[in-house]
Design a binder for this molecule. Sequence first.
Ligand code: NAD
Length: 296
Amino acid sequence: MSNLPKIAWIGLGIMGSPMSENLIKAGYSVTGFTLEQDKLDRLTAAGGTSAASIAEAVKDADVIITMVPASPQVEAISYGPDGILENARQGALIVDMSSITPQTSVDLAKNAKEKGIRVIDAPVSGGEAGAIEAVLSIMVGGEKADFDEALPILEALGKTIVLCGPHGSGQTVKAANQLIVAVNIQACAEAVVFLEKSGVDLVAALDVLNGGLAGSTVLTRKKDNFLNRDFKPGFRIDLHHKDMGIVTDAARNVGAALPVGAVVAQLVASLRAQGDGGLDHSALLRAVERLSGQQV
Ligand code: NAD
């Protein structure tokens, strides 16, 4: 028997599936629950155990990792008679890796504490590729002792793992991350359309741009999406729309002006309204193409 903490994993989507598999590879026992049967089958095939409910997944767990789309889903899996707080054992540690509003994280930590359950917020950056390669950046909010306890687990999932401050701080930093990523993708998309319309060799151009000050992880990771018009997610526009809402709202609350972020938030919203919400966020290129009179 391994001495490693027993893990429950709730939310086995684009990110949760490869991340939970990395824990299994690192020797952890993982019991998972998610809404899609094929994702549960994938977990079992990777050496994990599938549970029939949240209650079943969390009842014996030392650490409960959650990776669901947004605040409403975190609340749905956490609260109520079938939720994590009613069914986890006292002393368990919840590591919520979903990207949600900082306030939802603060409230969850407070409500969990009343049940003797600890929480850290630990959203991630690095995308699906970063999840598969276990090189995510993980931004944590919560108590130092809980961060230290979770660290060996997080080290099996990511490379840059930082405690940013009290509960909710991880989410605030993640909101800033999403602002930077969206603006960067938008700038890359505008450059792509400009370069193409100018008749420049796009492969050569993106290559040399990425070697200079204009280079970025966004350009490295999304270059092929732009070149091949491959917008299979990845990170869905729907989720980035949610994140632009989080950062816009959080910035208003502290009196920070985000003029460029506000414009890009509108462009993301517009792309979604045109039916592209299920595409990868590199599909911001489609919006620029439409604005530039190209048929897409
Ligand atoms: P996804 O939609 O692929 O997966 C979400 C999973 O949550 C699904 O498998 C679904 O079954 C599960 N779920 C939803 N409600 C549930 C419930 N009530 N009970 C049990 N399971 C439930 O989403 P994703 O792309 O994996 O993103 C997850 C989170 O990670 C989001 O907050 C997202 O913003 C963030 N994130 C995603 C990426 C990315 O590149 N995809 C990168 C960084 C952060």
